[in-house]
Design a protein around this ligand. Structure first.
Ligand SMILES: Cc1cc2nc3c(=O)[nH]c(=O)nc-3n(C[C@H](O)[C@H](O)[C@H](O)COP(=O)(O)O)c2cc1C
Length: 172
């Protein structure tokens, strides 16, 4: 079973989630690689596809959304899993299952490619790494409260999800 984990990541935390998923799938006996969407991977070369994106202002990164839309025919013909990495641990919204946290594109993607699942993972924010525009957004009133600093990624959650993919693909 040949699986690709395609990701879009601005500051690297989603890339690390994608690489972790690929590592876990390999541990389950699958041939798996994680590739940036910028490398224009061809999903037609793989038996199954995982696509993930960081979330900014309620949306997937443009490159990831374009990948799904462009390759929708190929993706619709394969088992596909989607993940989003975004929410930071907010006091008022601590569950990544909150439907309000689902990026805007996901309902469209459900129609287009019928993914087996979409999962939201907590993300990470390091203010030192932010580009100018994102620094300015964080300086707005309530910016720091809405975008708290920290690494909120839950690796147990990621591992469980990757295990579910392996199980669905029927590897030992
Ligand atoms: C300006 C800005 C806006 C953000 N907007 C959202 C958002 O709307 N929803 C969300 O879940 N996460 C949001 N986040 C959090 C990021 O998705 C999170 O930091 C993610 O882990 C970044 O992934 P990356 O390191 O791969 O780029 C935002 C972060 C920044 C800096």
């Amino acid at each position: 079973m040949n699986v690709i984990v395609v990701y879009a990541s601005k500051y690297g935390s989603t890339k690390e989630i994608a690489e972790f998923i690929a590592e876990k799938l390999r541990e389950h006996g699958m041939q798996t690689e994680a590739r940036s969407v910028d490398a224009a991977p061809d999903p037609g070369d793989y038996d199954a596809v995982v696509v993930g994106s960081a979330v900014y202002m309620g949306h997937w990164m443009k490159e990831a959304a374009e990948f799904v839309r462009r390759d929708r025919t190929v993706l619709a013909g394969r088992p596909v899993w989607l993940f989003s990495s975004g929410p930071l641990e907010l006091e008022s919204k601590t569950s990544p299952d909150d439907p309000e946290l689902e990026p805007k594109e996901i309902s469209e993607f459900r129609e287009l490619i019928h993914p087996r699942d979409h999962h939201v993972f907590f993300g990470a924010l390091d203010p030192e790494r932010l580009g100018l525009q994102h620094r300015l957004i964080r300086k707005l009133p309530a910016g720091r409260a809405l975008l708290p600093e920290g690494d909120f990624r839950n690796w147990d959650d990621v591992e469980t999800w990757a295990g579910g993919i392996a199980q669905a693909l029927g590897t030992p």
